[in-house]
Design a binder for this molecule. Structure first.
Ligand code: GDP
Length: 478
């Protein structure tokens, strides 16, 4: 993140004047509220013998508290978690359905498998977990949130259609995530099926099949005829054995939310994939800004369970609100701790929202106009006499052009007060004073909330400044 001159001076424990002097020395004219770019900050800091490190985010600090690295001797093998990807209509959904129908053992007679966002498949006494939402969009939106849950990607390519745009996207997404790919060449039952053409096209995209001298496993299948499914599942086990997937089941649970919704009768319901440890009924948990205690857990067979170990997906009840897919879930020491951490996250989000809303300043107005971020320039005018306010209002409104509308939202006689700053904060405005000054508390609040406050003795100077800011010609203030 960027720091202002004032913040940097504070951190370096020098006066702002000294810092501004330093900056002039390297050709930068900055005022005390100006943000410095990262190179400049680093250069100045190093002159004072400091090194710049990105501060840890709240979530990172909390995760250090909730999570820890397991030692090797506590790790045991866990089942692989698989995502199915590929071009639209190549048979992703059909393949998942066929695997579920033929390989999910129904625990109770007549038991219906429940949709909870993941299914567990049994093959030769081994388990494989399939995430039920096919496609690389879900995969990548989770990854964008820092969650990586997939161990193996199944790339479905229709034998009659070959490598298509979304096939290539899926390949690139899996590669970027460093997830091994197994290719299922689907629709082999079709007379037009041409697996050799598929292999040729895969090779062109950097996936060289084993029988062509490469290291990518390809399996011919027919989702509709349920053919080749055992071979595909065995290959998944083979690939995951090579990856030595392990986790420690004997510790507090860590997992990732893969689906969540508000259920009318049951409240917030979330499916969590457990990645480390064991989650139990009664555990205090936090996921995103939600916290609570596990009231009930339901597995993919629709059965209530008391605990869930690594690579198990369970639906959980008991969260205070609906978390987002991709949120990490942690078991915490107790309810109080979980709630406290979730509250801290909520506060942080509020602060971030306020911050991102309130950084309008004349200095960067032009950039914001250019990027379309600003269409209205809201202005609050304070002056010693009513006549000045009216004169300024009229002159400022005339500065409006096609890109930006100058908008006086408030005018008043007297000093600039805290309430003016709060209004500026709420409406993303700048504050202009004529022959009046801000009170001390208003100055402090403006600094905290990053409100641009400018005071003038002559009206035309203010008009000139705003005109120049709109044109991108504002002289730096120093
Ligand atoms: P998705 O968009 O990748 O999830 O594809 P779907 O599973 O919805 O399948 C698209 C179409 O292809 C459907 O009409 C399926 O019936 C058909 N399809 C899927 N797998 C096979 C297969 O193995 N053989 C044949 N002949 N058709 C298939």
């Amino acid at each position: 993140g960027k720091v202002t001159v004032k913040e940097l001076a504070n951190k370096l424990d020098i006066s702002t004047n000294e810092l501004i002097g330093k900056l002039i020395g390297i050709g930068i004219m900055a005022n005390i509220n100006q943000e410095l770019d990262e190179d400049t900050t680093e250069l100045i800091a190093s002159e004072y013998g400091f090194e710049i490190r990105e501060a840890k985010t709240l979530e990172e600090r909390q995760e250090e508290e909730l999570d820890f690295e397991d030692s090797e001797e506590n790790l045991v093998l866990r089942p692989p978690v698989v995502t199915v990807m590929g071009h639209v209509d190549h048979g992703k959904t059909s393949l998942l359905d066929s695997i579920r129908e033929s390989h999910v053992t129904q625990r109770e007679a007549g038991g219906i498998t429940q949709h909870i966002g993941a299914s567990t498949v049994n093959i030769n006494g081994n388990k494989i977990v399939f995430l039920d939402t096919p496609g690389h969009e879900a995969f990548t939106s989770m990854r964008a949130r820092g969650a990586q849950v997939t161990d193996v990607a199944i790339l479905v390519v229709a034998a009659d259609d070959g490598v298509m745009p979304q096939t290539i996207e899926a390949i690139n997404h899996a590669k970027a995530a460093n997830v091994p790919i197994i290719v299922a060449i689907n629709k082999m039952d079709k007379p037009e099926a041409n697996p050799d053409r598929v292999k040729q096209e895969l090779t062109e995209h950097g996936l060289v099949p084993e029988d062509w001298g490469g290291d990518v496993i390809t399996v011919p299948v027919s989702a509709i005829k349920k053919e080749g499914l055992d071979e595909l599942l065995e290959m998944i086990l083979l690939v995951s054995e090579m990856s030595e997937l392990k986790a420690n089941p004997n510790r507090k649970a860590v997992g990732t939310i893969i689906e969540a919704e508000l259920d009318k009768g049951r409240g917030p319901v979330a499916t969590v994939l457990i990645q480390k440890g064991t989650l139990r009924i009664g555990d205090s948990i936090i996921a995103g800004t939600a916290s609570g205690r596990v009231r009930a857990m339901i597995d993919s067979y629709g059965k209530r369970v008391k605990k869930a170990s690594p690579s198990t997906a369970v639906e959980i009840l008991g969260l205070s609100e609906v978390p987002q897919a991709g949120d990490k879930l942690f078991a915490a020491k107790d309810d109080k701790k979980a709630r406290e951490l979730a509250d801290q996250r909520k506060e942080q989000i509020k602060r971030d929202q306020i911050k991102s809303k309130q950084n309008i300043s004349l200095d960067d107005l032009f950039d914001q106009i250019k990027t379309g971020e600003v269409k209205d320039l809201n202005i609050i005018i304070k002056a010693d006499v009513q006549g000045s306010i009216e004169a300024v209002k009229d002159a400022l409104v005339k500065l409006s052009n096609e890109e930006v509308k100058v908008n006086p939202i408030h005018g008043g006689v007297g000093a600039i007060t805290e309430s003016d700053i709060m209004l500026a904060t709420a409406s993303n405005a700048i504050v202009i004073g004529f022959n009046v000054r801000p009170t001390t508390s208003a100055t402090n609040l403006a600094e905290r909330e990053l409100v641009d406050v400018r005071t003038y003795r002559i009206i035309y100077k203010a008009i000139e400044d705003i005109e120049n800011a709109i044109k991108g010609m504002l002289e730096p203030e120093y």
